[in-house]
Design a protein around this ligand. Structure first.
Ligand SMILES: O=C(O)CCC(=O)C(=O)O
Ligand SMILES: [Fe+2]
Length: 355
């Protein structure tokens, strides 16, 4: 019989037969998912975020509409091979299948973000989330991979590198398309254009591998609590088990059912700022399952490094649509998010733009 301390270690949640009190969320009616029929009863609301074929001649309009409506969309024909998606998923599975002690040896340190641990948003919630994760935010993940896979780390580092490279290219292609739907280009974001021209990275990419073990009482548990991403955008690959839900005022919580080979794109807070509020950053969460565990791989395309100031694109502001947000570095934004979490965008909103 494991001791209580061992019993609720995040590394072996999947073996628990009952939901510990510290993981029991008090969910209200507003937290539940509406059946698709009530979400579409008016006939005007789509059932869920659309799947868009990137080779569709109308791709810019389709993505633009989805971004404005949902702050999220799904993509097919994105150019990422099924093999790479399978490889990154099996890397994650191999990692999370390891004994708890092995995983904890690769725990993220107090200083570093990279490594194994609880969801990064845990400190904002009283109750614990039914998931574990591994973050890759800098080169230090290589040392973690050496300790996790003493013999196979080269293979796994190779998969991770390829995934990051491919995601970076895709993210940049998507951003051009979304900007196009707003009638602007990367050239209209001075810093991004400068960075692109000099061959430097526009955004700083990070990967988050998430694992949601089977759960004895999924209705009362939460895999990953509601949040928006502090990114320009996030590209998510989910395994074949549903759990991701997006929130929209008019529709409530809507499940994004996995479609094999299709990736989910969530717009983040930084794009919301750049678009001067035209594109919402989608509130999303992950629920858990009674019989099936779930893996998701999030590519978080963050903001620029250093002192670069992010602000609404000047072409999108004018006398009728004044700038809604003050300019801010990505580092500053993360600090504010760390302090006030879901109030971060409000905290940088220009309250009275006419003053
Ligand atoms: O697991 C999911 O579907 C969501 C993951 C997510 O939102 C995140 O890692 O930020
Ligand atoms: Fe997220």
């Amino acid at each position: 019989m494991p001791s209580l301390a061992e019993e609720i270690c995040i590394g072996n949640l999947g073996s628990l037969q009952t939901l510990p009190d510290s993981f029991t969320w008090k969910l209200t009616a507003a937290d539940s998912v509406l059946p698709p029929s009530s979400a579409v009863s008016s006939g005007t609301v789509e059932e869920s975020i659309p799947v868009i074929d990137l080779s569709d001649p109308d791709v810019t309009t389709l993505i633009g509409n989805a971004c404005k409506t949902w702050g999220a969309f799904q993509i097919a024909n994105h150019g990422i091979s099924q093999k790479l998606l399978d490889d990154i998923e099996s890397l994650s599975k191999t990692l999370f299948d390891m004994p708890s002690e092995r995983k904890l040896e690769a725990a993220s340190s107090d200083k570093g973000v990279s490594g194994y641990g609880e969801p990064r948003i845990s400190p904002f919630f009283e109750k614990k989330m039914w998931s574990e994760g591994f973050t890759i935010a800098d080169a230090s993940y290589r040392n973690h991979f050496i300790s996790l896979w003493p013999h196979d780390h080269t293979k796994y580092c190779g998969i991770m590198e390829e995934y990051v490279d491919e995601m970076e290219k895709l993210a940049s292609k998507l951003v051009s398309c979304i900007l196009g739907s707003l009638g602007v280009t990367v050239e209209d974001i001075g810093w991004a254009h400068k960075l692109e021209k000099s061959g430097s990275k526009v955004g700083r990419g990070a990967i988050r591998l998430n694992h949601y073990p089977v759960c004895p009482e999924p209705e009362r548990a939460m895999g990953l609590a509601a949040h928006t991403d502090s990114t320009i955008l996030t590209i998510l690959h989910q395994s074949n088990t549903g759990g991701l839900q997006v929130f929209r005022e008019e529709s409530g919580w809507i499940t994004v059912e996995p479609v094999p080979g299709v990736l989910v794109v969530n717009m983040g807070d930084l794009f919301h700022i750049l678009s001067n509020g035209k594109i919402p950053s989608v509130v999303h969460r992950a629920k858990v399952n009674h019989t099936r565990s779930r893996i998701s791989i999030a590519y978080l395309w963050g903001g620029p490094a250093g002192e670069v100031q992010i602000a609404p694109i000047s072409k999108l502001i004018g006398p009728v649509e004044p700038s809604l947000y003050r300019s801010i570095t990505w580092k500053e934004y993360l600090q504010i998010k760390y302090e006030v979490f879901d109030k971060a965008l409000d905290a940088i909103r220009v309250i009275n733009p006419t003053n």
